[in-house]
Design a protein around this ligand. Structure first.
Ligand code: ZN
Ligand code: ZN
Ligand code: ZN
Length: 491
């Protein structure tokens, strides 16, 4: 497990938990590794830093993450360069495929030479080490925080044996230095375990391209061969007999599904060209927005992309790519711009209309993490002066905004998360600790307000949030492309 170069100053090099930069102490010798405690520093010293520190001291900068991973591996397993040990022997190295991309291959040879050099391995090992890098390139995992931001590279050969499916029945979860393989549903003994190597919510062509380029195979899962829409995949996922919690969270989706979605998709297939055109234009604008330097320019392009998707909107098929991605980027732009009330409304819309279908299990970690973000945004909105809130969400009726009890809503969501979290992230994880902290915090606020928790009704909560989410498009259109005037003040 190696910390990603870009986050070295905010992640402990041993336990891989993210911290405030001021909470981490640098190794006085190399000034590269940072630790949250003496315990972590000592453990890392023993594990690898004792041999790595002298290398880092000599170098003018920090080497790329794959190079670091590679020489750390060589330092820890000196025999690995002679012949691939049993540990990694069962894994594909894809050298023939990798060589086809000359630029990438040259880069890999260079990284291998550097790793051989840094680890003082015999120069004759370069070829074997390049093969090892090939194994890492196609088998290592990106370690992430619950919000999916990358924090490191994890190479664990046993996990690397798990195959890919675009409708996986399991997932890999990172919690600091710990990595686990968790089930999304009941898996019978003898059934194959699948995880998704990529963002499986994207369209089939994008999924196939990415899997081919990065992992050198063509996916033949059911979702790919049948080219299922998110709505069909939702149906296949067996939510027809939902668990209690699925039913509570996805009631509307379940009701809508059979009566509206499937016929709509059939209708859509008759005008497939119109949808393809719209989605192509929107995707182009999305790409442009990623290159935009100014936030306002970015928001402008995203809103144009959103307008292009009008045919999707007319049919209310919001879970079909690229709609969810565009909404997600708009939401993130609002967060970056500190327009957090607007961000909440858009996120709620995504939660009810896209997430449900794209991750058709309420215990999916992406869904539970989303709930956590919603809780935090609700708490922020609760802290706003009512007039400021009404102003920043102008299209939403005043009555609705003042009727909602944001803290009680957050309270209900945390209660649900205490049930979902052990299934999605696991008991005893950092994430669960954060949920419990939020619970203590919200319970204290409720005690001061004199609100009786037992009176809360979860069903009502979701209806309220759904009503708020219905204003998402008005909020998107209304957010002026401007330098943040009063929004900055709120922050
Ligand atoms: Zn630590
Ligand atoms: Zn050091
Ligand atoms: Zn597939």
């Amino acid at each position: 497990m190696v910390v990603e170069k870009d986050v070295l100053d905010s992640v402990c090099s041993y336990c891989l938990l993210d911290k405030e930069p001021s909470e981490l102490k640098r190794c006085v010798a190399c000034k590269v590794a940072r630790y949250c405690s003496l315990v972590c520093q000592k453990a890392d010293w023993k594990l690898i830093h004792k041999s790595e520190c002298p290398i880092l001291c000599k170098l003018p900068g920090v080497p790329p993450t794959p190079t670091r991973a590679l020489y750390q591996y060589l330092l820890r397993y000196p025999k690995a360069g002679n012949e691939l040990d049993a540990w990694s022997a069962g894994l594909e190295h894809h050298v023939t495929d990798l060589k086809k991309d000359t630029k990438r291959w040259d880069e890999m040879v260079l990284q291998s030479r550097a790793a051989v050099d840094f680890s003082k391995s015999a120069p004759s090992k370069v070829e074997m080490v390049t093969r090892l890098l090939g194994i890492m390139a196609t088998n290592a995992f990106r370690a992430t925080l619950p919000d999916d931001s990358p924090i490191g590279l994890c190479f664990e050969p046993a996990l690397a044996l798990v195959n890919h499916s675009c409708s996986p029945n399991a997932f890999v979860m990172f919690d600091g230095r710990k990595v686990s393989l968790r089930a999304l549903e009941h898996i019978e003994k003898g059934d194959e375990v699948f995880i998704s190597y990529i963002d499986s919510t994207q369209g089939r062509e994008i999924r196939r391209k990415e899997l081919q380029q990065r992992y050198f195979f063509q996916c033949n899962c059911e979702k790919c061969t049948q080219d299922y829409s998110p709505y069909q995949a939702f149906q296949r996922a067996g939510l027809i007999n939902p668990s209690k919690i699925d039913a509570l969270l996805d009631r509307q989706a379940l009701d809508d599904h059979a009566t509206t979605r499937i016929p709509t998709m059939r209708q859509m297939s008759e005008d497939i060209e119109g949808f393809d055109r719209a989605s192509c234009k929107a995707s182009l604008l999305l790409d442009c927005s990623r290159g935009a330097e100014l936030q306002d320019e970015r928001l402008k392009l995203l809103r144009e992309a959103h307008v292009e998707l009008t045919p999707f909107r007319t049919h209310e098929v919001f879970a079909v790519p690229p709609y969810p991605t565009i909404l997600d980027e708009i939401y993130l732009t609002f967060v970056d711009n500190e327009r957090l009330a607007a961000a909440l409304v858009v996120l709620l819309f995504i939660f009810f209309n896209c997430d449900v279908y794209n991750w058709p299990k309420s215990t999916h970690p992406a869904r539970v993490t989303r709930l956590f973000t919603i809780v935090r945004l609700l708490k922020y909105v609760a802290s706003l002066e009512p007039t400021v809130l009404v102003e920043s969400l102008a299209p939403v009726p005043k009555e609705l905004l003042s009727r909602l009890d944001y803290i009680s809503t957050a309270h209900v969501l945390i209660t649900i998360m205490l049930e979902l979290g052990p299934l999605s992230h696991g008991e005893g994880t950092t994430f669960m600790a954060q949920i419990r902290e939020e619970m203590v915090d919200v319970e204290e606020v409720q005690r001061l307000r004199g609100v009786n928790v037992d009176m809360l009704k979860a069903g009502g909560t979701f209806n309220d949030l759904r009503s708020l989410s219905k204003y998402a498009f008005d909020v998107i259109e209304m957010q002026k492309v401007q330098k943040n005037g009063h929004t900055a003040d709120i922050a």
